[in-house]
Design a protein around this ligand. Sequence first.
Ligand code: PHE
Length: 342
Amino acid sequence: MIDFDKILKEAQEELNNITSIIDLNTFFQTYLGKAGKVTELMKLMKEIPNEEKKNFGLAVNNLKQTISQNIEDKEKFFAEKKIQDSINNTKLIDLTVPTNKKIKGSLHPITIVQEKVINIFLSMGFTVEDGNEIETEYNNFEAVNVPKNHPARDMQDTFYLDNGQVLKTHTSAAQNRIMKKYGAPLKAIFPGRCFRNEELDASHENTFFQIEGMMIDKNVSISNLIYFMKEMLTQVFGKEIQVRLRPGFFPFVEPGFELDISCPYCNGKGCRVCKQGGWIELCPCGMIHPNVLKMGGINPDEYQGFAFGLGFSRLAMMNYDITEIRLLNSGNITALSQAKIK
Ligand code: PHE
């Protein structure tokens, strides 16, 4: 006689000890697989005498179904346990805790002012040219009428490379190249980074930005210079700006000027920034020296032109209320992003 109850009891005890889904599979094979214990019992069916077949059949079936059901239950248990475990292992998220604020990048004040000025000059028909940061001594000095041993070189002491080239001291270094490239007439601006061997302080840096402008045509005069500068500055500051010229010496212009603007902080009334004078010195400029035109391949008897060299770093500082020039090259995001946008 086969003791079905005993088999079931043993199976259930075995099942109780199972703790993994892999062992559960093995258990399944042991009882219900091809050569499993229950399967083997079913194969006995044909050897059972007819009168016992019914009871035997019922008992085997019952055993098979009970074990199947037990396996299914255990499977369900494992599946639920897995979910429960993953819930228990999940760290609770507190949605009320303040997060790290994402800091959005922004353009550098120099870039913003540069784009503003470029757009204004583009709208007035100027082209935008590139200049080199490493220049020949010729382009930086000789071609703008500063011969070797001329005292004006002292004003722009710079960094000399082993090959005799220099880090350009001013955007004027591109004048000669541009004149030769386009000839006259021409209207061009050329922004760029410049370098000088400076004693550093709040308003002097060894690396700074300028934008140079040049207009060469027949009958160009100082009036054209004043018009373009006034127009550009009025747009940059977003309010009517007055300009005035004072004599200034630069070997590459004749006559040369210092251009002052009416103080944009107090509209010329006098304040701390303009030291009560109402005017702020902004930009050297002048009529291009005939020698410079000649060296650029342009006939000075036929053409005249004006040029200016606007200190961008200076303009950006005024536009954004930055009082320390060294901040501009510092990469100090906290300080730069505090620059007050006007
Ligand atoms: N290149 C001069 C400087 O950097 C500025 C300048 C440009 C002056 C054009 C006159 C004309 O000091």
